[in-house]
Write a protein that binds this ligand. Structure first.
Ligand SMILES: [Zn+2]
Length: 292
């Protein structure tokens, strides 16, 4: 054995130790993970860290080669033709599933998100801590991703930002519901989709990607302007569930434009929809459920 071979063996041994300790992570922004065998699972540290995602599987090539990747710093935005969003959300979550990186709150069809042109069904929700997107260079303590899909498989993700402050009841409901890693439990009313609906309708829109492997493009992103609050203890709780921070580094805009929509009027309460009754949303967001 020469010196180089010995060095290689040490490197190989170190790599194996690293692999054994690597966080296993599937899912994330709409992904159900890859069915193909992957030697190293992606995560946020160690051999599976974001800078290595594209080298872990051919299916992850877009993580390095994509030109419309997420997250981004939301800067240089302009008012555009975008209109108000509609969240016709209502139902409770049938299940809560946990993998190595995220706790996914999963929804059956019936919670519809519309951007004025296209309609999507809410599939799942999960939280990153700290935030993945920045707005004018500013990071947030946490970011919720509401993952939607349309009939053709098109993806739309709504991002909700959280500043440090008062505890958030929805975040607490996610923390309370989280099962053991790899497990799944019933969701229930504490995680009814209606609880995500923002009170104000302003948002930023751009075309990006999943922020987790396979980093698929395109994903239409709607990052809400209104920031909610989350307590430091809740941020600690989210990171404890994930084994550390879960934010992919910022990706270049590559000339992409970002549209900003400022709500004409803030939503002052809940709107009762459904039952065939006509409804208006007042230029902001809609809620499905009891008024008040
Ligand atoms: Zn996400």
């Amino acid at each position: 054995m020469n010196f180089i071979d010995g060095l290689n063996m040490k490197l190989a041994a170190a790599l194996l130790v690293g692999l054994a300790g690597a966080a296993l992570a599937v899912g994330g922004c709409g992904g159900q993970g890859s069915s193909a065998a992957v030697a190293v699972e992606w995560g946020y540290s160690g051999p599976g860290a974001p800078e290595n995602w594209a080298s872990l599987s051919e299916e992850y090539a877009a993580c390095a080669e994509g030109r419309r990747q997420s997250p981004v710093d939301i800067v240089g935005y302009r008012a555009g033709a975008a209109g108000p969003l509609s969240f016709a959300y209502g139902s409770a979550a049938p299940s809560v599933r946990r993998d190595a990186a995220f706790t996914h709150v999963e929804y059956a069809p019936g919670n519809v998100f519309t951007d004025g042109q296209r309609s999507f069904q809410l599939k799942s929700a999960h939280l990153h801590a700290p935030s993945e997107h920045r707005i004018d260079g500013l990071s947030f303590a946490a970011e919720m991703h509401l993952v939607h899909e349309d009939d053709e498989g098109g993806l739309a993700v709504v991002g909700l930002m959280y500043n440090l402050g008062a505890p958030n009841p929805v975040v607490q409901a996610v923390l309370d519901a989280a099962p053991e890693p790899g497990g799944s439990v019933a969701g229930g009313n504490a995680l009814a989709a209606v609880s995500y609906v923002p009170d104000e309708g302003g948002y930023y829109r751009y075309e990006g990607s999943k922020t987790t492997p396979p980093c698929s493009e395109p994903v239409v992103w709607y990052v809400m302007k209104e920031a909610l609050t989350v307590s430091p203890e809740q941020v600690d709780g989210l990171q404890a569930l994930s084994g550390g921070p879960t934010n992919r580094p910022l990706q270049p805009l590559n000339g992409r434009g970002i549209t900003v929509y400022s709500s004409a009027a803030p939503c002052s309460g809940k709107f009762r929809l459904g039952s065939g009754s006509p409804h208006t949303c007042g230029g902001c967001c809609c809620r499905l459920g009891p008024v008040g």
